[in-house]
Design a binder for this molecule. Structure first.
Ligand code: BES
Ligand code: MN
Ligand code: ZN
Length: 503
């Protein structure tokens, strides 16, 4: 997918930038940011005057548009508040850049120069600067793929964004960051669009179609789609038990990317693709049930990540696996107490049909073994308990390999898409005891994020595996309801770092 706008790094004098809108930042003191000093005295004096009169605000994220400013080539100068200098960190910078880009798009300028003071290079180096600019621009440009029939607001006109300041020595790294950031933004858009689509459009078959499309766009991706009878042949009894209640047939999707050395063990990504989760016979409460259209965001993350590795041609072997089903009540639906056999051969007593994510994932995780993976990472909107535990700020990270879990936590921190590790010990697995089968699919309310992971852990023995519960992070509710594109930045960082290490 080609980016809609042309990004570049600018290391000249902002006063000379030939753009329609110059974006600058102001602190709440009367000292001009260092990055603006070379713009000249007339400009500095003008800004100071406006600031002391209270006509421009330095409050974080507030913006003011100035026209025909002395000493500045650009006809528009957009001033964004940066708040207090001493608390200006990476988070404050992101917030100001987001506000500024939003305001710049509303000016309908076709080109803009982003010239906001940067936090210390230890907090945001040149590579991550480039990456964050492209990612934040992608987010500012994102429009929900809505199905409203009325007239649409006019599209933005931005075609060109130059960003600075970057020291000459850092230009190459910043450019590389921009290129990576564009691919991350494109991948986030894929995930957000898939999540926002309603359940009557985004079905398991729809996900399979989108996977096949990726396969035809990127010849480096080998895509296979398994239909219901093939899934039966794979003995994925748990996945089928979930699909049974729905008229929508399930799909199991595999996408293989071999960009690394032949014979190098791949990273296998596994995604939960419940295209709508009613809870099944253990029916959910009606409140906010519509949001269960987002229950395929793990699958969307896998598709997005596969697009990203193919677009960036990362020297890495990666396999994406997607288990796609709709979870519905119906006369053929699985009932509480039903016992089924997973692909691994272990039997499961399904005490709650609303704990369906782990059932489709356990069969997908078992399938991952055939790739003799280096590591396996699954992504799933798995538990409401994760939202209770971590809220909407952190993705839950659990697993059986400390190094892998740490790698993911660190990737999330660098990418501003944070995850937090939770403990996963034998104690939790014991809570899944069943009198009638090898295990039950639920273990009561307490520690629900962890017991869900413990269930998956019974299918990943001998693998280096991590699980990411994205129930709190993949979408927002309320007035800003919509997909967030998370955990794509985290995953992208994880994969890019691994590619850099020559894994
Ligand atoms: N998809 C849900 C988890 C979910 C719920 C995510 C609300 C975000 C918001 C999952 O399939 C589910 O229903 N989990 C149950 C598990 C329980 C029955 C053990 C839950 O969290 O209530
Ligand atoms: Mn459920
Ligand atoms: Zn679910």
């Amino acid at each position: 997918m080609a980016a809609a706008i042309d990004f570049s790094i600018f290391d000249g004098n902002p006063a000379e930038a030939r753009v329609e809108c110059l974006i600058v930042g102001l602190f709440d003191d009367d000292e001009l940011p260092a990055s603006l000093r070379k713009a000249g005295a007339p400009f500095a004096n003008r800004l100071r005057q406006l600031q002391s009169r209270g006509d421009v605000s330095a409050r974080p994220g507030e913006t003011q548009l100035l026209l025909d400013v002395p000493g500045i080539k650009a006809p528009r100068v957009l001033v964004v508040g940066l708040g207090a200098r001493k608390s200006f960190d990476r988070r404050a910078w992101r917030k100001s850049v987001t506000a500024a880009l939003g305001a710049a798009l509303r000016t309908r300028a076709a080109s803009a120069a982003l010239w906001i003071e940067r936090p210390a290079s230890t907090a945001l180096d040149d590579y991550y600067f480039g990456r964050a600019v492209a990612e934040l621009a992608g987010a500012a440009l994102y429009r929900v793929n809505d199905l409203k029939s009325g007239k649409r607001p006019p599209a933005h006109r931005l075609q060109k964004l130059v960003a600075g300041p970057v020291p000459t020595a850092g230009v190459a790294a910043a450019r590389r960051g921009l290129a990576h950031g564009e691919a991350v933004a494109d991948a986030m858009r894929v995930l957000r669009d898939l999540g926002n689509l309603p359940g009557n459009i985004c079905t398991p078959r729809y996900l399979a179609t989108r996977a096949r499309e990726l396969g035809s766009t990127y010849r480096s991706l080998r895509v296979r789609v398994f239909d219901e009878s093939e899934i039966r042949r794979l003995k994925m009894g748990c996945l089928l038990a979930v699909a049974k209640g729905s008229a929508e047939p399930p799909r199991f999707i595999s996408l293989e990317y071999r960009g690394g050395r032949a014979g190098t063990a791949p990273v296998v990504l596994v995604g939960k693709g419940v295209t709508f989760d009613t809870g099944g016979i253990s029916l959910k409460d009606p409140a906010a049930m519509d949001e269960m259209k987002y229950d395929m965001c793990g699958a969307g993350s896998v598709l997005a990540a596969m697009q990203l590795v193919a677009a960036l041609k990362l020297p890495l072997n990666v396999v994406g696996l997607v288990a796609a089903v709709e979870n519905m009540p119906g006369s053929r639906a699985t009932k509480p107490g039903d016992i089924v056999t997973s692909a691994s051969g272990q039997t499961v007593e399904i005490l709650n049909t609303d704990a369906e994510g782990r059932l489709i994932l356990c069969d997908a995780l078992d399938y991952a073994r055939r790739f003799k993976p280096d590591v396996v990472v699954d992504m799933a909107t798995l538990t409401g308990a994760c939202v209770i535990a971590l809220g909407h700020h952190f993705t839950g990270i659990l697993g059986n390999d400390e190094r892998l879990a740490r790698e993911l936590v660190e990737a999330g921190a660098r990418a501003d898409d944070r995850g937090w590790q939770l403990p996963l010990t034998e104690d939790y697995a014991e809570q899944l005891k069943s009198n009638f089968a090898d295990m039950a699919n639920v273990a009561g309310r307490d520690g629900g994020v962890i017991t869900a992971a413990a269930f998956l852990g019974k299918f990943t023995q001998g693998l280096r595996w991590a699980h990411m519960d994205i129930a709190g992070t993949a979408w927002l509710s309320g007035a800003q309801k919509g997909g967030t594109g998370r955990p794509v930045p985290l995953l992208a960082d994880f994969l890019i770092q691994r590619a850099g290490r020559g894994a």
